[in-house]
Design a protein around this ligand. Structure first.
Ligand code: MSP
Length: 491
């Protein structure tokens, strides 16, 4: 019973982002990935929920707000709007946007922590150690690289305080057993060994509270403390679908995939599952960690002033070109380098010359001569199942690769059969064949490039709603010539 239901739903999440700066290429990357997957599953007819949002508590945010002379709430209210605006501009259609300052979320966090406490997994002790404020993370001496935070390379602070600890150490074996039984839990699979090794080195209990500042969810066991930002943030994945009793929670939990960057894999593959195990809640089906973008070979950072603004790139080259490039150029899961020239080359060679040209060329002829129904052999070259398998495995670049191989086949067919030299009705039939393939291509590329594919659909007179309609016969007759889909970029 449960299995059948699960097949018909898809729940995908992004991290909740710190709204301390506007979105950049890294955050846009995860969010566009979630959008692609959500759109794909919608086309498959599955009920889909795509959750994103912002992580608004913690010392880092508190300090950023102070610096700007604002209260944390005033400060984040402005930036949250920037996030929403950016996602809209990038054609990202989420179903839920959660702010960790939402009252309902704060209550949920307290409920979850209470549940963990009642199960005997939280106790009071003293914490002494090193803390990185920007990363909101405790480190040991051993973790540091050249005396600095191993994650962001900034100074760490020595602190000592009373704290409530979560018994993470209790979950070592349980986590290892869980990974063993669920080989697709940590994805890509090559990331699993680093997590397993980390657990085998020994997991320490982890401080769940802070006492030196107040900007957080009140710790439900002891009012003198606020909850550490990470357990608060992770709980968004439950709150966002109305845990514990909401309709969406019942329909969508467990999440099918939490998409994250590789830097926050510890929190998602170790801490979060341990919290859920403790609270007796089913675990998500998988965690997918993508790689990091560098820019022209360098780490993207404010100080280097090389942070890529996705809206600027989209404004210059088009939203679809950005969405296409970041998933075509780099295997999802690996690190990638962002280079504008490489983006321009792909725009010109693949989007303008291959896809754009095919559509404009064939619709130009169809406008003149019309199309005539015929059995479609060309469509047999479409490897839908292979594309689907790649998407299921998060091999987004490979899925795009196969779709573009099919576009090549269509272009070669037009070149070889020369419909402009053929007489009617053979001419109309050839055009029908190719246009039907273009219809299928528009369905397949819609999750990646919705704007372009909707233009194609509008012109050919079909709607992109379900893969079931992907090969629906086109109406015979004249077709309007398509506008140019991708203007060539001079570099
Ligand atoms: N608030 C936490 C997440 C809590 S989730 C329960 C957080 N926020 S963040 O805003 O700092 O980062 C969000 C995401 O951006 C992370 O997944 C991180 O990997 C990603 N990226 C930040 N810089 C990046 C690149 N240069 N390249 C790709 N992704 C990068 O962490």
């Amino acid at each position: 019973m449960a299995k059948a239901r699960e097949k018909n739903k898809f729940y995908v999440t992004t991290p909740v982002y710190y709204p301390t700066a506007k979105p950049h290429l890294g955050t846009a990357y995860t969010t566009i990935a979630a959008d692609i997957l959500a759109r794909w599953h919608k086309l498959k007819g599955e009920e889909t929920f795509f959750l994103t949002g912002t992580d608004e508590h913690g010392q880092k945010l508190d300090e950023a707000a102070k610096k700007a002379g604002k209260s944390p709430k005033e400060y984040t209210d402005v930036l949250v709007e920037e996030f929403k605006k950016a996602w809209k501009a990038l054609n990202i259609q989420f179903d839920g946007f959660i702010r960790t300052t939402d009252k309902k979320h704060e209550e949920n966090v307290q409920k979850l922590i209470k549940q963990i406490f009642d199960n005997g997994d939280i106790y009071k002790g003293t914490y002494k150690g090193l803390y990185c404020v920007p990363c909101e993370t405790y480190w040991t001496e051993k973790d540091l690289v050249n005396g600095k935070c191993p994650s962001c390379n900034r100074e760490v602070k020595e602190i000592e305080e009373e704290a409530y600890f979560f018994k993470l150490s209790e979950y070592q074996q349980k986590l290892l057993d869980f990974y063993e039984k669920n080989p697709n839990f940590i994805l890509p699979k090559f990331r699993k060994s680093e997590i397993v090794n980390r657990i085998k080195e020994g997991l320490k209990d982890i401080s769940f509270t802070r006492s030196k500042f107040k900007w957080g969810v009140e710790f439900p066991i002891d009012k003198n403390f606020v909850l550490w930002v990470w357990p608060d943030a992770l709980t968004n994945y439950l709150s966002g679908i109305d845990w514990p009793n909401g309709k969406n929670f019942k329909k969508f939990w467990p999440a099918d995939v939490h998409l994250i960057g590789k830097d926050i894999i510890f929190f998602h593959s170790i801490l979060w599952p341990a919290m859920l195990m403790s609270a007796g809640i089913e675990l998500p089906k998988s965690i997918f960690a993508h790689g990091w973008w560098t820019v022209n070979g360098e780490k993207m950072s404010k100080s280097k002033e090389n942070v890529v603004d996705p809206l600027e790139i989209a404004g210059k080259y088009g939203v679809d070109t950005l969405r296409y490039f970041i998933f075509r150029a780099t295997p999802f899961g690996q690190d990638g380098d962002f280079n504008e020239q490489a983006l321009i080359d792909r725009h010109n060679n693949e989007l303008a010359n291959k896809l754009g040209n095919l559509v404009v060329r064939v619709t130009t002829l169809a406008e003149k001569y019309g199309i005539k129904k015929t059995p479609n052999k060309l469509l047999n070259n479409l490897k839908f199942e292979e594309i689907e398998k790649h998407i299921e495995n998060y091999e987004i670049d490979k899925a795009l690769g196969i779709i573009f191989e099919f576009i090549d086949i269509c272009n070669e067919y037009v070149q070889r059969e020369k419909p402009w030299e053929t007489s009617y009705p053979a001419k109309g039939k050839l055009l029908y064949e190719v246009l039907s393939c273009i219809q299928a291509i528009a369905f397949l590329l819609w999750p990646f490039m919705p704007e372009t594919c909707e233009k194609i659909a509008g012109n050919l007179g079909f709607e992109i709603k379900s893969f079931k309609d992907m090969t629906k016969p086109l109406k015979e007759g004249k077709i309007n010539k398509s506008e140019i889909l991708f203007e060539k970029i001079k570099s």
